[in-house]
Design a binder for this molecule. Structure first.
Ligand code: PLP
Length: 826
């Protein structure tokens, strides 16, 4: 691009970013932005000055990228997501723009501790778990692959709650990440949007006697965008994430203001600010709250208005919109965008229905993230009518036309009409957002091969028959920049020492060359020495955070993910209780010392999940303080699991627990991060575990338990968890012991809820059925761990064979097969 060279005085920063210029830049920001001299500066000041120095080296490329994309009127993908779990940005940005070494050396030459400075950054935790982290990895890959892309979301004032344990129980605190600002956002008041909601629909007649609906008596709210630059790795492309913050509009309180009630006017002004106040902390669970619907519409309407504004600057023919914009819906959370675009084209731009619907269906694509019924979004018709009355009318119109299609395809089949309708009939009529998203999208994808199969065969079989070819798979991935280059410097250095192709962060498949060292004992020792160093480092964190001493030579057995019954942390708890029992009864046995490491937040309203946290912490307390087992078993539950904590735990893991009930975990991405860092998976045939097995081979993973077909067969014939309980002495012993009061003397019934869900409650997630297979498989793990060369080879092969799970591969597939979006290097 000649544009770039014309407008920017030849790169004072890029490529020649030396530690000297970095140091000058840090000191400059310290002195003139933060107004401190070095002797006054706190670690936070240094972190901020460093971040601003790095930001300076990103923003010119950001401007240039946008000028190039705009002036060439390029096709773009717009990624709409309610959640972005970005974590910290400093290290990731430094690596991506190639100044990591310069920045680290500059900080060290200033007499500072690199890790301590980096630790000052608050996580940007604007997401719950896998779905939000996927969006963050995708942004990194989109920029790295030079794809024109903008992410849209909400600028939550409070991200996911901060978790603390008080006497073993979860307590939530607000996450005040933005309280003192962040160096990574840029406010863009000039692109603010005002949107309408509530009100009612009136029919008006024009002079020719033609009626049309108008949405009147609405309330309005303003969205102010904050842009977060997203720099690609080793490329000039800098895309951005645009997050909307809500503010009241002037006219919102004009009436009260004119009445002279100034204070009341200002007070009610605060209502508009609540929309973007806080992230809902429910993972894999829809909750139907009005504010949540308002949040969804708020960010969708602002984003769509922004997208259409950009389109209208360069184009005049609305039928060309799908050539310039493809909108990817991350789950159904932003699916109201479908109706909003319909409304704008029909009501504001006065297009015909057929033209409107053709544009809409060519613009949207939808990613499904779950089969769990409790996570499929439904909104009550009554609530929708109150908040978005015009949109409800349009949904009925879309559904009416769609029902006509269904009746034509399956004449007389009212049962199929009912099953496929966007409207679920019943005492309370509900709007099924997934049906809307499937009907209006040109592609619908699942997030792992198994999940995409089940989507077609179980969740949407008739839709698949009606729209052959619409359903596809895009197996999730993770960015190797954050989840190896950024989090595991020891391993990165090892790659350098052994001459691994330096472009592995862009071509993860190149790590396959590690396989040529499988018979090189020095390499295997070095690889495991890095793992050991990472374990020593994590042991220090565990000591500091939990005051537990753990032996870095023990097997580090890691389960880190949201707490949910389907993820079965309680199955791990039964394993721990069983091992503890065995140790006490066979103290002479030569068992492998293990440290169980947990990280998990429970949704604040999910009582059983919180009981499981309390149970693990209670059992941990007894085990960690029992001298009889001589430290052979330890349990460390780190509080406040988040991206930055994950990046310390993952490089230190030996074993990766991926033990969801088959058919329940759509993909998982934690499984990929851990395997990439040389942890061996113990897992079920679920989600992307199936594909990890395909990549690493059966000798390098531990697979156990029921597969999906066996789970279905068990349900079909009638599952009886009691049978497993009564027939397995160790299982009965573990569960009875948990509920004996031994682990919670002050509250002997604290864990009855767990027992009840597993027995009387029917054990919906088949914990009892999988227990024995799990225990047997864990024995194989212990045996393998004792064979050091074998374990080392398995670990290396896991790192070497994760190439498929780079989110670059995932995004390239979206670009080729869903978006038809060419790369556009600037
Ligand atoms: C990757 C990640 C997740 C998702 O983990 P799963 O094991 O796939 O559920 C959740 N939270 C954080 C902080 C993550 O980094």
């Amino acid at each position: 691009m000649s544009l770039t060279t014309d407008l920017i005085p030849d790169g004072a920063f890029h490529g020649v970013a030396s530690r000297q210029s970095m140091k000058e830049s840090i000191l400059h920001h310290l002195r003139y932005t933060l107004v401190h001299l070095p002797q006054q500066a706190t670690p936070r000041d240094w972190w901020l000055a460093l971040s601003l120095a790095i930001r300076d080296r990103i923003t010119d490329d950001m401007s240039m990228t946008q000028i190039a994309h705009n002036s060439d009127n390029v096709r773009r993908v717009y990624y709409l997501s309610m959640e972005y779990l970005m974590g910290r940005m400093l290290i990731n940005n430094a690596h991506n723009i190639g100044v990591y070494d310069a920045a680290k050396q500059a900080i060290e030459e200033l007499g500072l501790d690199w890790e301590q400075i980096c630790d000052e950054e608050m996580d940007m935790g604007l997401g719950n778990g896998g779905l939000g982290r996927l969006a963050a990895c995708f942004l990194d890959s989109l920029a790295t692959l030079d794809l024109p892309a903008i992410g849209y979301g909400i600028y939550y004032e409070f991200g996911l709650f901060k978790q603390e344990f008080l006497q073993g129980r979860q307590v939530e605190h607000p996450d005040t990440w933005i309280k003192y600002g962040t160096p990574w956002d840029i406010i863009r008041p000039e692109y603010s949007q005002t949107i309408q909601y509530y009100g009612r629909v009136e029919t008006v007649y024009d002079s020719a006697g033609n009626s049309r609906p108008v949405w009147v008596d609405t309330r309005s709210v303003m969205g102010v965008p904050f842009d977060i630059p997203v720099a690609g790795y080793d490329t000039k492309t800098v895309n951005f994430l645009r997050l909307w913050s809500s503010h009241s509009t002037e006219d919102f309180d004009l009436e009260e203001f004119n009445k002279g009630d100034y204070v009341e006017a200002v007070r009610s002004k605060a209502m508009g600010e609540t929309i973007s106040k806080v992230l809902y902390p429910n993972d894999q669970n829809a909750n139907g709250k009005e504010l949540r619907l308002v949040q969804q519409y708020f960010f969708v309407a602002c984003s769509l208005a922004d997208i259409l504004r950009r389109f209208e600057k360069m184009n005049s023919d609305w039928t060309k919109l799908p050539d310039k914009a493809v909108i990817q819906l991350n789950d159904t959370h932003p699916a109201i965008a479908i109706v909003e675009l319909t409304r704008v084209l029909l009501d504001d731009k006065h297009l015909s229905w057929d033209s409107t619907w053709d544009i809409v269906t060519r613009t949207f694509a939808y990613t499904n993230h779950t089969l769990l019924p409790e996570a499929l979004e439904k909104w009550s018709v009554g609530l929708f009518e109150k908040v978005l009355p015009r949109h409800l009318q349009l949904i009925y119109e879309i559904n009416h036309r769609f029902m006509g299609e269904v009746a034509q395809r399956w004449p007389g089949r009212d049962d199929i009409c009912r099953a496929l309708s966007i409207i679920e009939e019943g005492e309370h009529k509900m709007i099924r957002m997934a049906h809307l998203a499937v009907i209006a999208s040109h592609k619908v994808n699942g997030v792992a091969a198994l999940h995409s199969q089940l989507l077609k065969s179980e969740l949407f079989p008739h839709f698949d028959q009606l729209y052959p070819g619409k359903f596809t798979n895009k197996t999730n991935g993770i960015t190797p920049r954050r989840w190896l280059l950024g989090c595991n410097p020891g391993l990165v250095q090892l790659f350098e020492r052994y001459g691994i192709d330096r472009d592995w962060p862009k071509n993860l498949e190149h790590l396959r060359t590690l396989e040529s060292f499988l018979d090189d004992n020095a390499f295997l020792d070095d690889f495991m020495a890095v793992k050991h160093q990472n374990k020593v480092h994590l042991a220090k964190i565990i000591k500091k955070e939990c005051d537990i001493d753990v032996d870095p030579f023990a097997l580090f057995d890691v389960q880190i993910k949201r707490l949910h019954e389907y993820k079965r942390q309680h199955l791990t708890l039964l394993n721990i209780l069983t091992l503890y029992h065995r140790l006490l009864n066979h103290p002479e046995s030569n068992t492998v010392p293990r440290v169980f490491i947990f990280g998990a937040k429970a949704a604040p309203g999910y009582a059983l999940a919180k009981d499981i946290i309390y149970a693990i912490n209670s059992v941990a307390k007894v085990i960690n303080n029992d001298p009889r087992i001589k430290g052979k078993l330890k349990v460390a539950f780190l509080s406040n699991y988040r991206v930055s904590l994950a990046s310390h735990i993952i490089p230190a893991a030996d074993l990766s627990e991926q033990i969801s009930t088959a058919g329940k975990e759509a993909s998982g991405t934690g499984n990929m991060k851990l395997a990439l860092n040389g942890a061996i998976t113990i897992g079920t045939m679920d989600g992307a575990n199936v594909e990890i097995l395909e990549e690493v081979g059966p000798d390098n993973i531990f697979i156990f338990g029921l597969n999906v077909d066996q789970v279905r067969a068990l349900d079909h014939k009638g599952y009886n968890p009691y049978r497993y309980y009564q027939q397995d002495e160790e299982l009965k012993g573990a569960l009875d012991w948990l509920c004996s009061g031994h682990f919670s003397p002050n509250d002997p019934h604290a864990f009855d809820s767990i027992r009840n869900s597993l027995l009387q409650g029917g054990d919906p997630y088949k914990v009892m059925a999988d227990y024995r297979a799990y225990m047997d498989c864990q024995q194989q793990v212990s045996d393998a761990y004792q064979d050091k060369p074998r374990w080392a080879r398995m670990a290396v092969l896991n790192t070497a064979r994760m190439g498929k799970f780079s989110s670059d591969r995932t995004i390239q597939e979206y670009a080729d097969e869903i978006w038809t979006l060419p790369a556009y290097p600037v």
